[in-house]
Structure formats: structure tokens, C-alpha cells
Design a binder for this molecule. Structure first.
Ligand code: PLP
Length: 472
């Protein structure tokens, strides 16, 4: 007898349509919602039963609780008024790709466990090498290759572990050093610590917050002469605080001279490279061993879709490959296939490439360039307004679509302004400390953000910032 607990195909069809309607309604009305929920810790938990249901519940009851229990605790990242952190893009094409992936439910750990999952991923990531102007040898058809992971933190930790493994014959891990700038994302320090490095050196930056490569060179020499083992350096293209860009070529030359693994964290800004005019910021990528960015940030693809490229896939596979008896198969033995389980720590993996494939096909490269360029233009306009108004100071260059500013009147006014903007409810920005300054980060990049939403933000900024008092 068939399992009586399953939905029938017809029930699934009905509820599936309901769910698509629910998502479409959500996206259509999202701009009207208050972005940050009014909940206290434990409020959502208090509405949930202590125990899982023993008997099955109807789909209508589950949907009702989605509305009544879950939605009050949702932060609306997809609101067009979302200027906080970095964006976490979504799009109808991507949602449908996710749905197809869930529907297929395949586990693509080996080529042979679902050949299309591997081959679509390899081809889509090879396409992106061309679309983003990355070095051609990073393709799977050459000596490199790309793989989809969950997050930049995962990818960075992984390559730092691979670099350490590759350097194992140079001495003990506790003598090994990893380098990045003092503006680097915390995932680098954390990844290096987890990978067993003895030291992480955070190098100083110039007045644009890019790594001071002369200081890097001096630090490596000093570490060598005190018996330490420099092993890896990470350059950032687009730091989290201000989207500063490290001098990738200069760092790459230093890395090559000193046999360091050179990793690039382009978590956010990597997406902009779909527009050739931003590629000036990735000059020197041919001197890089690995590179990562999050298509789920700013390429219309739902979380999670982190992409890691390696210039040469052998060190990765040599570090990670094992072949227990239960995974042996003719395709792997033939050497003709990619088994992505050898490219990251987890064995099992979802078919995440499907949503990216849907997005690339549905928008085309031109649709993605349109998105990036329209956001960058909106950010430029906002920066021009702020820069022309004596009440504000831009605190860093804005090469992409993140604008960082402060109130000229000082930290208190800046903090009060950020609080007032966020209290309006339909707009969210990130207040932050940069050195001694309180600043406000405005990241223009949500999938549906248009000029009217930036105008609304500007009106809030304008209204809540007092005029500068003339000296008498
Ligand atoms: N690196 C940079 C430059 C980032 O901005 C971020 C997050 O915004 C990360 C790394 C961490 O990304 P993830 O959340 O994918 O680990």
C-alpha cells in the first residue's frame, strides 16, 4: 500500500500553486512592510509548541502559522528599502530554480550520483569565467575550475587549509603565518585559526583602505628572519566596511616571490565584474591561486550560492581526496569526470547550480549588467548629493554601490541619524564604527531597489540632519 501520509500528486499541485501565489504576493507587497520585526528574544519561540506534532496536520494550518508565527519575526531583506549590510539578492527565476532543485532532490557528491548536477555546475561556472573577465585557465576545461559552496567563509577556510597542507613539508603549522589587511573580513582570521596557522598578520592600509603592500613585503621578510613560515595571503576586492580594493597585482608579485598561496576575497564586488568597466579593480588575477565571491549577494541568485575558483585544481583535490570502497565507481576511476566531493569538506551537496543557471538564462548577461549599473548609478547620485552638502562627509571612495558617510557634526549626530532612518521602518541602513568615526553604510543592491527608494532614503537623511549653525 502506498504511504498514506504523503500528499497525493494532486494535493501537491494545489498546495504548490498556493505557495507560488503566497511568494508572489509577498514580493508584490514587500515594499509596504516594516523591514525590522517588532519582536523580543523568545517571542517567536513562545508561539511554537514545545513538541513536534504526533498526528499529521493539514497544509492550511501550516500556512496559517507561516503567516501568524513566522512572518512577524521576519526581517525583510528583500525590501527595496534594504540598504543594510550587503544585499542578499533573490529573483523569481532563482526561486523557481531552487524549486526545481528541491523537486529533483538529487545529491551530487559524485559525477555518477547525478551527472547533470556536476556538468551543469561546471559549465555555468566556466561561463562565469568569461562573463566576469576572470583568467581563462580557471575553467574546468583547463587546469582550474569552479565549485559552488555555501559561503565565502567556507571557501576561504578551505583554501587556507589547502595552502597549509601544501606547505606541510616547510615546518610545523604553529610556525605558519597567514596575511591579510586590517580591513579584511573576519572570516580570514577565523579560517586561518581553524586551519591551524600559528599567526595571522593584519597589514596596515593606505588612505583608501587598500592593503599597504610595502608593509606586507617588510612583514614577510621580518617573519622569515625570525624563523616563521609565511604561507598564505588574502587580498580583498571590496572590503566589507568600505568596499576598498587591495592591490592584487602587487600582492600577487610578493606572493609569487615568497611562495605564498594568494587568495582573493571578492565576496560582494566580484559580482560587479560582469560589467567590464569594473575590471580595473581585479587587475592581477593571473597571479592568484584562488578566488571567491557570493553570487547570492548581488547577482539575483538566492542564498546560498558562493563560488570558489582555483587556478589549479590539483592541490585542492590532493588535499581532500579519499576513496572509501562505497564510493568507488567506474566514472571516477576513468579520470574523465569531476567529483565535486573532492572540492570541499562536505560529501553531500545540493544542486545549487540550477538556480544560477536559471538566473543566467532568464536575465542574460545584459540583464545582470543592467542591475549592477543601475545600482551603481543610484549610489553615485546619492554620494554626489552627500558630497555636495556640508552637513555630510563621505568617508571612503565608493567604487561600487556602497556609500559610507558621516554627519560633519560628529559621532552623536551620525548615530542619531542612523537610528532615525532605521526607525522609519521602510528603510534599513547599517551604522558602523570606522576607526574613531561613527559612520553609516548605505549599500544599494537589493533586487528591486529603484530611484524612488533611494529618494526616500535621501529624504530621511535630509529631514533628520540639522542644518549646520553659522558661526556668528
Ligand atoms: N568577505 C567579505 C568581503 C564580506 O563582505 C563578507 C560578508 O559580507 C564575507 C567575506 C563573509 O561572507 P559569507 O557570509 O558568505 O561567509
Amino acid at each position: 500500500m502506498a504511504n498514506p501520509y504523503h500528499m497525493t500528486p494532486d494535493e501537491f499541485r494545489t498546495h504548490g500553486y498556493e505557495m507560488v501565489d503566497w511568494i508572489a504576493d509577498y514580493l508584490a507587497t514587500i515594499g509596504e512592510r516594516q523591514i525590522a520585526p517588532d519582536v523580543k528574544p523568545g517571542d517567536i519561540r513562545a508561539m511554537l509548541p514545545d513538541h513536534a506534532p504526533e498526528a499529521p496536520e493539514g497544509f492550511a494550518a501550516i500556512m496559517a502559522d507561516l503567516d501568524q508565527i513566522v512572518m512577524p519575526g521576519i526581517t525583510h531583506w528583500q525590501s527595496p528599502g534594504w540598504f543594510a549590510f550587503f544585499p542578499a539578492n533573490s529573483s523569481p527565476a532563482s526561486i523557481l530554480g531552487e524549486m526545481a532543485s528541491a523537486g529533483l532532490g538529487v545529491q551530487g557528491m559524485l559525477w555518477s550520483t547525478s551527472p547533470a548536477a556536476t556538468e551543469v555546475e561546471s559549465v555555468v561556472l566556466d561561463w562565469l569565467v568569461d562573463l566576469l573577465g576572470l583568467p581563462a585557465h580557471w575553467k574546468t576545461t583547463d587546469r582550474g575550475g569552479g565549485v559552488i559552496n555555501s559561503s565565502t567563509s567556507d571557501s576561504t577556510h578551505l583554501v587556507l587549509a589547502v595552502a597549509r597542507h601544501r606547505a606541510a613539508d616547510r615546518g610545523p603549522a604553529e610556525d605558519m603565518v597567514a596575511y591579510a589587511s586590517n580591513q579584511a573580513h573576519s572570516s580570514i582570521e577565523r579560517g586561518a585559526r581553524l586551519a591551524g596557522y600559528g599567526q595571522v598578520r593584519l597589514i596596515g592600509v593606505d588612505d583608501r583602505y587598500g592593503m599597504d603592500h610595502a608593509q606586507l613585503r617588510r612583514q614577510i621578510a621580518a617573519d622569515r628572519s625570525s624563523g616563521l613560515i609565511p604561507v598564505a595571503v588574502t587580498s580583498a576586492i571590496g572590503t566589507t566596511a568600505t568596499t576598498a580594493v587591495d592591490p592584487v597585482r602587487a600582492v600577487g608579485e610578493i606572493a609569487a616571490e615568497n611562495e605564498l598561496w594568494h587568495h582573493v576575497d571578492a565576496a560582494y564586488a566580484g559580482n560587479a565584474m560582469i560589467c567590464p568597466e569594473f575590471r580595473v579593480y581585479q587587475d592581477g588575477l593571473e597571479l592568484v591561486d584562488s578566488y571567491t565571491f557570493n553570487a547570492h549577494k548581488w547577482l539575483l541568485t538566492n542564498f546560498d550560492c558562493n563560488i570558489l575558483y582555483v587556478a589549479d585544481r590539483r592541490p585542492l583535490i590532493e588535499t581532500l581526496s579519499t576513496m572509501p570502497a562505497y564510493l568507488q565507481n567506474a566514472a571516477t576511476e576513468s579520470g574523465a569526470v569531476i567529483d565535486y566531493r573532492d572540492w570541499h569538506v562536505s560529501l553531500g551537496r545540493r544542486f545549487r547550480a540550477l538556480k544560477l543557471w536559471f538566473v543566467l538564462r532568464s536575465y542574460g548577461a545584459e540583464g545582470l549588467r543592467y542591475l549592477i549599473r543601475s545600482h551603481v548609478a543610484l549610489a553615485d547620485e546619492l554620494a554626489a548629493r552627500l558630497g555636495a552638502d556640508p552637513r555630510f562627509e563621505l568617508v571612503a571612495p565608493h567604487p561600487f554601490a556602497l556609500v559610507c558617510f558621516r554627519a560633519s557634526a560628529g559621532n552623536e549626530t551620525t548615530e542619531a541619524l542612523a537610528a532615525a532612518i532605521n526607525a522609519a521602518g521602510d528603510v534599513a541602513v547599517t551604522p558602523m564604527q570606522l576607526g574613531d568615526d561613527a559612520i553609516i553604510r548605505v549599500s544599494v543592491g537589493q533586487s528591486y531597489t529603484e530611484a524612488e527608494h533611494v529618494e526616500r532614503l535621501w529624504n530621511l537623511i535630509d529631514t533628520h540632519t540639522p542644518a549646520i549653525q553659522e558661526e556668528s
